[in-house]
Design a protein around this ligand. Structure first.
Ligand SMILES: Cc1ncc(COP(=O)(O)O)c(C=O)c1O
Ligand SMILES: [Zn+2]
Length: 366
């Protein structure tokens, strides 16, 4: 049975209840026991929906999909350190957010919702807009005024209405939440999104012959990739499919590092920080709503937070361009971070990271 459970007061809600927040204002999480049916899986196409029994959408007829997922896992050599990289910029809308959007918009369809609102730095908005277009669901996206123009054109071209909000990501979120009559399909708040991003963990373990990597290194803004991966690995561990939990390494930009700062101070919750503008627009999130969950996931896996400078981001972005990877600046942060901790990593460790977004949407940096 699938339930929505409040992370603050433990109040439970039915999966048929079209809500994104507890009455107490708390965050909701999806509670259910996934199943992994190896026989069925073997005969299915290589998409993220091959793990069908582990995804909390009731009826197949509600699945909204472009046959996305199972992105390549390739080796990249970084000065003697071999890193395995999931090519998640190859998703239909050009970022890993399609994982979350496919599951969330399938659930939205199942709930009979016809109009959604979302706020985003660009990629989540594009992913939600694409899946809404596929499902013929009306869509309004609120974006902060610094979002890349290519991302805004991308969202608009798919029929969603774009609302530019002056100020920060938090201002865009507030504006989206103000439209109370429309369902809030937020990647940050809505827990179904994380049951899409968790397929990153399933896929990489399957690509590693059902073994877990030693470390997973991901960029963190609202933490949807990191928290999804944590859920995915936990589920595989509980099902006895993998035998250890990878260390989760979260990378933030030094110009906006609320979780890294709290972690360094030994705190469980984030506090207000002074953030500065950054090239890594996808992780320019000063107040991630799931901040304490992010810190707890990293701590529970004996992981770490790393921060990178703007110069490092620029250097690694251009370094990756020259090696043939057309990625966006936010996706360069993991390589900048890895280049600094190479000495501390044993040669036989299996390290996985992710290219999270395509460079075609941030061409002004080339
Ligand atoms: C390209 C890219 N990478 C990473 C992230 C970070 O994802 P999250 O905010 O879920 O941590 C984003 C978020 O927008 C993004 O667009
Ligand atoms: Zn509550």
């Amino acid at each position: 049975m699938v339930k929505l459970v409040c992370s603050s007061c433990q109040q439970c809600y039915s999966e048929n209840d079209p809500r994104w927040q507890c009455d107490c204002g708390g965050l909701l999480d999806v509670q259910f026991t996934p199943e992994f049916d190896a026989d069925k899986m073997q005969h299915r196409p290589f998409t993220m929906w091959r793990y069908r029994e582990a995804i909390p959408v009731l009826h197949d007829s509600n699945i909204v999909s472009f046959y996305e997922g199972f992105t390549p896992l390739i080796d990249i050599d970084m000065d003697g350190l071999t890193v395995k990289v999931k090519m998640d910029h190859l998703f239909p809308s050009g970022s890993f957010k399609d994982r979350g959007a496919s599951v969330l918009i399938s659930k939205v369809k199942e709930l009979g919702v016809h109009h959604v609102v979302e706020d985003s730095s660009g990629n989540a908005g594009a992913a939600i807009a694409a899946y809404c277009a596929r499902a013929r669901i009306e869509c309004d996206i609120y974006v902060s005024s610094f979002a890349s123009p290519e991302k805004l054109r991308h969202i608009e071209s798919m029929g969603a209405r774009v609302h530019k909000v002056p100020g920060s990501r938090e201002d865009a979120a507030e504006a989206a939440q103000a439209s109370r009559t429309v369902y809030y399909a937020s990647h940050a708040w809505n827990p179904y999104f994380l049951h899409g991003t968790k397929t990153l963990a399933y896929e990489m373990c399957e690509q590693l012959d059902w073994r877990a990597p030693d470390r997973l290194v991901v960029p963190v803004g609202n933490g949807t990739l990191l928290l999804g991966a944590f859920i995915g690995f936990t589920e595989l561990l509980n099902a006895g499919i993998i035998d250890k939990m990878p260390k989760l390494i979260a990378v933030q930009t030094a110009n906006c590092a609320p979780c890294a700062e709290a972690f360094r101070k030994g705190k469980d919750d984030i506090s207000a920080i002074d953030s500065k503008p950054t090239l890594a627009e996808g992780i320019a999130v000063a107040q991630p709503v799931r901040g304490s969950q992010i810190i707890s996931a990293v701590r529970n896996t004996d992981g770490d937070f790393l921060t990178v400078s703007e110069n490092d981001i620029k250097e690694w972005l251009h370094h990756l361009y020259r090696r043939g990877y057309y990625i966006e600046p936010t996706s360069a942060v993991v390589f900048a971070a890895l280049s600094r901790c190479g000495q501390k990593i044993a040669k036989n460790e299996v390290i996985v990271t992710v290219i999270t977004g395509h460079g075609l949407k941030t061409q002004k940096y080339t």
